[in-house]
Design a protein around this ligand. Structure first.
Ligand SMILES: NC(=O)c1ccc[n+]([C@@H]2O[C@H](COP(=O)([O-])OP(=O)(O)OC[C@H]3O[C@@H](n4cnc5c(N)ncnc54)[C@H](OP(=O)(O)O)[C@@H]3O)[C@@H](O)[C@H]2O)c1
Length: 250
């Protein structure tokens, strides 16, 4: 069965990916929606009764959840045409002041779960299918006060590029999408709201446009997509200039 798998589908960009895919990819026969909040996933699935959805409410920082996911893959044997590794979170604050285990969970979700899900899912993907790895503009340069977050997103970008090369022979494309700030639950979770921060004044990216364009670019075989001219220019600058110049405290 032609399947789309989206992690972090209960809100923000992940929810938008689901909506866009239901509109532009009529060939997808089933959606796997993954996140912790079952009520949100079920509500999303119920609001779209024309498409078949499989809700998997799990905490992806836990190894047990990844084993459950692997078990469902083995049982259902989906033909995965698109995998979107979108679940992720950040925290704003000085690295020595933020709770250690929150920062560890960030690594477990943003890097470890994304890696495991990619490796578990790739054998169920055929020529012409694609993986979208959700990174961030924070990947381009180390970001003090979001030190661990920016490091996780640099990992996602580097992993996506190398995985793309390794999967090329199987015809599966991998795209890293690097959005700038978007209006989602991210800022509340990151405890950015109400704090003075450079993040608050950065131009916003439209969530729908990020979802739509990254799907289109991934299907065309592109490797990296950044939304908005300002962030495309920033990406080039961070390649040309040393980190000591481009690094900014958030
Ligand atoms: N918003 C921005 O400014 C921005 C900018 C650049 C990149 N990004 C990236 O975009 C992606 C989507 O974020 P968003 O902006 O849409 O934020 P969001 O609205 O907070 O969505 C995050 C999603 O991840 C899920 N999630 C969080 N912890 C999880 C866990 N332990 N296990 C399973 N799922 C988990 C959340 O669902 P549950 O809470 O139900 O588990 C939610 O569906 C993230 O990777 C983020 O780093 C965001």
């Amino acid at each position: 069965m032609k399947t789309a798998i989206i992690t972090g589908a209960s809100s923000g960009l992940g929810m938008e990916y689901f909506k866009v895919l239901t509109e532009i990819c009529p060939e997808i026969e089933e959606f796997w929606l993954i996140a912790r909040r079952e009520d949100k996933l079920t509500a999303l699935a119920s609001a779209n009764p024309k498409v078949k959805s499989f809700v998997l409410p799990v905490d992806l920082t836990e190894k047990e959840s990844l084993l459950t996911y692997e078990k469902y893959l083995a049982e259902k044997k989906p033909e995965v045409t698109i995998l979107i590794n979108n679940a992720g979170f950040g925290k704003l604050g000085d690295v020595m002041e933020l709770p250690v285990f929150e920062q560890r969970d960030m690594v477990m979700l943003n890097c470890a779960a994304l890696t495991a899900i990619s490796l578990m899912t790739a054998p169920y993907m055929e020529k012409g299918s694609c993986i979208i790895q959700v990174s961030s503009i924070a990947a381009f340069s180390p970001t003090p006060r979001m030190s661990v977050y920016s490091a996780t997103k640099a990992y996602v970008l580097a992993f996506a590029k190398a995985l793309r090369r390794e999967l090329r022979k199987s015809g599966v494309n991998v795209l890293a999408v690097c959005p700038g700030p978007m209006e989602t639950e991210f800022t509340a979770v990151a405890e950015i709201d109400g704090k003075p921060s450079l993040f608050s004044v950065l131009p916003r990216c439209d969530v729908r446009q990020v979802a739509l364009k990254s799907i289109m670019k991934a299907r065309k075989g592109r490797g990296v997509y950044t939304n908005r001219l300002i962030y495309k220019v920033y990406r080039v600058l961070t390649k040309l200039l040393p980190d000591s110049i481009t690094m900014r405290r958030l």
